[in-house]
Each structure stands twice: as structure tokens, then as C-alpha cells.
Design a protein around this ligand. Structure first.
Ligand code: SAH
Length: 252
């Protein structure tokens, strides 16, 4: 047991070294030579091997995205570090994440902010991420299932918003739910084609500023529902189990 844990500790150190190296390689694009110390410390604490498939635990710390359930991916560690760093989080910030996926990015955010609200469109992924995050003690992460395009007005405005799936354009509801002075990171572009990681800032006066950071490749922000429906809080015990099918969860 100790040997296994030590092995992961070594792997985690190697992952951090690789992140710092990638940060240097990309600094002429990102304007950042290294992620903030707090970001590195947070990623050094999270057991990434808990967020990948059991059969892929030995690969958990390589600097690559990996497949997770429902045909989705857990993002590459360097990209997680960069996106987190760009948000410049303060410890009492309230953050909205779109695309919970494995829950790994939510766990990183949870160590740097006060509350994290995360929305996942695939209900099985949302449920398994929520279970894992609770088991590991990340109690300030609140997982919802539904279409993150519309954000989560009930806890808005947010100090920071992170979108972990690529959108063809920046969703307006998310801009509306960003606090003046707030920051949003989002990959923008076509499903297969040139995608760009963008940093959006809302000035204290409410003006929106956009900046291209880095070319990236993300899974798409999917839109199952034409009508606007609110995401469902998985901690709410009122969900009808008959609605427990992908694509139908929003309809209640
Ligand atoms: N942050 C995740 C990355 C997951 S990949 C992690 O650390 O593992 C992006 C995720 O966005 C996928 O799980 C995908 O199902 C989800 N997604 C796609 N479209 C969405 C939408 N409209 N609303 C919410 N989540 C969405």
C-alpha cells in the first residue's frame, strides 16, 4: 500500500515538472512563465489516479488527456494548470465550471476557491464525479446535471467561470452570470478545426474583453435540449428515478 502511494507521489512530482516545462514552452503565447504556486500546490495534492478509469491508473500522471466514461476526456494536466492559473482565484471566490467530467478539475478548483458549482450534461458522469468528490472530502463542490450553456442563475454572479468543453461561440448566459471584475476561460471554435483557449474578462464597468491564449483541442459543448431548462442539483433528493436516463434529466 505504502509503495503504491509513494509511486503515485513520484508520478505526481514528474507531472508537476512536466507542467512547468510546458508552461515555459508556451509562455510566448500565454504570457505566463509558470503557473502560480497555489495552483501547483493544489495539483500536487489531488490524487489524479482516483479520477481516471481503474485500468488506466498507472497513466494518470502523464501529461495527456485520457478517456473517461460516456466518450469524454479528463483534460491534460498542463491545460488544467493553465486554465486554473488564468482565473487568478482568490480563496473566497465562487466558481462555476461547465463540464464536470471526471471531477478532477473541480477538485483542483475546490482547493483554490470557496465554492465550486459544476454542471455536467451526462448524468452518469455527474453522479460518479459527485460520489468521488464527496468520498475524497471535496465538500465545497456542488455537482449539477443539465445543459451548462445556460449556466446556473441561482448562484450567480460568479467571480470566475471555467468551461471545459469547446463552444462555437461564447454562451451569453455565462457572460451575464460573470461578476464585474470576473474572469472566464473557455475554448472557442469549431468541433474539428482551429480551437482557441480564450480568456474573457468583465471590467468593473461591465465591459467584456476577449483574449486568445493558446490553440487547443477539446470535446464539444453539446446541446441536447432546444428549450431552456435548469440544471438539476444532484444533492436534491427530489429527482424522480424514472427520469434517470441520459437526455431526459432536464425535462422534469
Ligand atoms: N473538467 C473535466 C473535463 C471533462 S471534458 C475533467 O477534469 O475531467 C468536458 C466535459 O463537458 C465532458 O464531460 C462533457 O460531457 C461535458 N459537456 C459537454 N457539453 C456540456 C454541456 N452543454 N453542459 C455541461 N457539460 C457539458
Amino acid at each position: 500500500m505504502t509503495r503504491v502511494n509513494n509511486t503515485f507521489e513520484t508520478d505526481r512530482k514528474a507531472m508537476i515538472a512536466r507542467i512547468k516545462e510546458e508552461a515555459r514552452f508556451t509562455s510566448s503565447y500565454t504570457g505566463r512563465k509558470e503557473p502560480a504556486r497555489r495552483v501547483i500546490q493544489a495539483m500536487n495534492k489531488i490524487p489524479r489516479h482516483e479520477f481516471v478509469d481503474r485500468t488506466q491508473q498507472r497513466l494518470a500522471y502523464i501529461d495527456s488527456p485520457l478517456p473517461i466514461e460516456c466518450g469524454q476526456t479528463i483534460s491534460q494536466p498542463f491545460i488544467v494548470a493553465l486554465m486554473t492559473d488564468l482565473l487568478d482565484l482568490q480563496e473566497n471566490d465562487v466558481v462555476l465550471e461547465i463540464g464536470t467530467g471526471s471531477g478532477y478539475q473541480s477538485a483542483v478548483l475546490s482547493l483554490l476557491a470557496q465554492e465550486v458549482y459544476s454542471i455536467e450534461t451526462h448524468e452518469p458522469l455527474a453522479r460518479s464525479a459527485q460520489k468521488k468528490l464527496h468520498r475524497l472530502g471535496f465538500d465545497n463542490v456542488h455537482v449539477y446535471t443539465g445543459d451548462g450553456y445556460f449556466g446556473l442563475p441561482e448562484h450567480a454572479p460568479y467571480d470566475a467561470i471555467m468551461v471545459t468543453a469547446v463552444a462555437e461561440e461564447i454562451p451569453h448566459p455565462l457572460l451575464d452570470q460573470l461578476k464585474p471584475g470576473g474572469r472566464m476561460v473557455i475554448p472557442v471554435g469549431p468541433r474539428s478545426g482551429q480551437q482557441n483557449l480564450m480568456l474573457i474578462t468583465k471590467t468593473p464597468g461591465g465591459e467584456i474583453k476577449e483574449k486568445n491564449i493558446l490553440p487547443v483541442a477539446f470535446v464539444p459543448l453539446t446541446r441536447y435540449h432546444k428549450d431552456k431548462t435548469m440544471p438539476v442539483d444532484l444533492d436534491e433528493p427530489t429527482i424522480d428515478p424514472d427520469q434517470d436516463k441520459e437526455g431526459e434529466i432536464n425535462e422534469n
